[in-house]
Design a protein around this ligand. Sequence first.
Ligand code: 4NP
Length: 161
Amino acid sequence: MKGKYKILFVCLGNICRSPSAEAIMKKLVSDAGLSDRIEIDSAGIHSYHEGELPDSRMRMHGGRRGYKLDSRSRPVKTSDFFDFDVIIGMDDSNISDLKRKAPDVASLEKIHRMTDFSRKKLHDHVPDPYYGGASGFELVLDLLEDACAGLLDTISSTRDN
Ligand code: 4NP
């Protein structure tokens, strides 16, 4: 791979799904020995939770699987569209909000949907777990573990070694 490949995960609040994707992808990338080649961050469409740690329920469910969710919520900013190589939303609403925020055509092409990288293809989006119970948080982790593995495969197969 040439240069550092930069991935931004995006959800609505940046306290449940996208910080989990960030933690899962960081672990996969670290385990693959690629931490110096791939950079990962996350952000939210809204700034409601700016500065906060991930939701305590998400941290608990993620922690049980060995993920450290210690990022701080921040909103997506215009410079993200220039700084990152790929910007990955979790659901329809994230994708349409990202498209609305994109400053140019090149930025639009960076926007993708998390489940496009799924291997199992059981869901077409990562559902918002915020107002639901424990099973929603477990589903988020299942979907993200699968899609992050698929994303790493895609990056590895499409970039020069
Ligand atoms: P996330 O979940 O987008 O996965 O971080 C949510 C977090 C907060 C809210 C909604 C969804 N909220 O309405 O505050």
